[in-house]
Design a binder for this molecule. Structure first.
Ligand code: ATP
Ligand code: MG
Length: 324
């Protein structure tokens, strides 16, 4: 879908200023720091970033599986921020909103393909006739018409993933949210699963939000969101190359006009603590300053006599006490 076209439509997912802090007794991890993200109907969006960047946290929050510490999440068709709903209300609303697919499929081992696909429809209280029709259409779409009576244990990894996709779509959701959908598959099997996802997008108009480390997944996205250290660093249009992100990167500007400079660029510049910014026509030029900024010397106060002691020297010149 062209970018201009998507802007005319109402988003199906809108995330505003989401923070997520995982707290345990001893540690606190800030996994998301003020993330805002919008997904439009029918879009194919990849979410990329290094391990620990916050991709799974963001997809789980988008899917209503994890509550944010703060911030708002809006799903199309629901007027309220879904993080304010009860778990039961979220489960009910999610059926119409999104189908979820993970690296490890969550199929029921003693149910066959058709039973696994239909299960979510029964749980959602859909009519049997509609469940049967959708199941037939979906099993056909994912190419498993010949395997209807097979249990998950009798299927290959790629086939299981395709059953999981059909099962995720039984309630006719608007979006598929997937985390590392090809990570446990070999590249060729992964390609087949991605072909099916493309077909779901094309034939059914379902939007895709795919968190991934894989080039083969990102290659198919129309838009890629790059996340680093819990912040949306940049977006990319299609034809992204994970080995050369700088080639397509558009740095994101957040609500407070802040941008994050990618770690790889900062490393090349030897991690400067400040940069000179100049507006040249319509361009902002960032460069290393030629002169050092005056940085005030750090000082400590001697606890005994109150004299200021430079941080390099540990002993107070006035009273000889060791300053810590
Ligand atoms: N349940 C949890 N409790 C505490 N910290 C967590 C929890 N889940 C994730 N984290 C931390 O939050 C940060 C983001 O994790 P997340 O799983 O979202 O990253 P990711 O981008 O999906 O990484 P990967 O590519 O390895 O899957 C990491 O520092 C991680 O250690
Ligand atoms: Mg992850």
């Amino acid at each position: 879908m062209a970018a201009g076209q998507s802007q005319l439509k109402m988003p199906i997912l809108n995330i505003e200023e989401v923070y997520k802090i995982y707290q345990s007794e001893k540690t606190e991890t800030i996994a998301l720091r003020g993330v805002s993200m919008t997904i439009y109907p029918g879009e194919k969006v990849a979410l990329i970033g290094p391990s620990g960047a916050g991709k799974s946290t963001l997809v789980n929050i988008s899917a209503g599986l994890l509550p944010p510490t703060s911030g708002k999440i809006f799903w199309s068709g629901i007027s309220r921020d879904i993080s304010r709903l009860s778990p039961e209300q979220i489960v009910r609303a999610r059926r119409k909103f999104a189908g979820l697919v993970f690296q490890e499929t969550k199929l029921i081992p003693h149910l066959n393909v058709v039973q696994n696909v239909k299960l979510g429809g029964h749980l959602a209280g859909m009519e049997n006739k509609e469940i049967d029709e959708r199941c037939d259409m979906l099993v056909d779409l994912v190419g498993l018409s010949e395997r209807k009576k097979h249990r998950p244990g009798m299927l290959s990894g790629g086939e299981k993933q395709r059953v999981a996709l059909a099962a995720a779509l039984i309630t006719n959701p608007k979006l598929v949210i997937a985390d590392e959908v090809t990570a446990s598959l070999d590249p060729l099997t992964g390609e087949h699963v991605l072909d099916v996802l493309d077909e779901i997008n094309r034939e059914l108009g379902v939007a895709l939000l795919l968190a991934t480390h894989a080039q083969q997944v990102a290659s198919r996205a129309e838009r890629t969101i790059e996340i680093e250290d819990g912040v949306i660093l940049a977006t990319h249009d299609s034809n992204i190359r994970l080995r050369d992100l700088a080639g397509t990167r558009r740095l994101a500007v957040d609500n407070q006009n802040r941008i994050s400079i990618p770690e790889d660029m900062m490393k090349i510049l030897d991690n400067p603590k400040n940069l000179k910014a100049q507006l040249v026509g319509q361009q902002i030029h960032l460069s290393l300053p030629t002169t050092e900024l005056y940085e005030p010397t750090k000082v400590h106060t001697c606890k005994v006599c109150g004299t200021l002691v430079e941080s390099g020297s540990r002993v107070c010149k006035e009273c000889g006490v060791v300053v810590t």
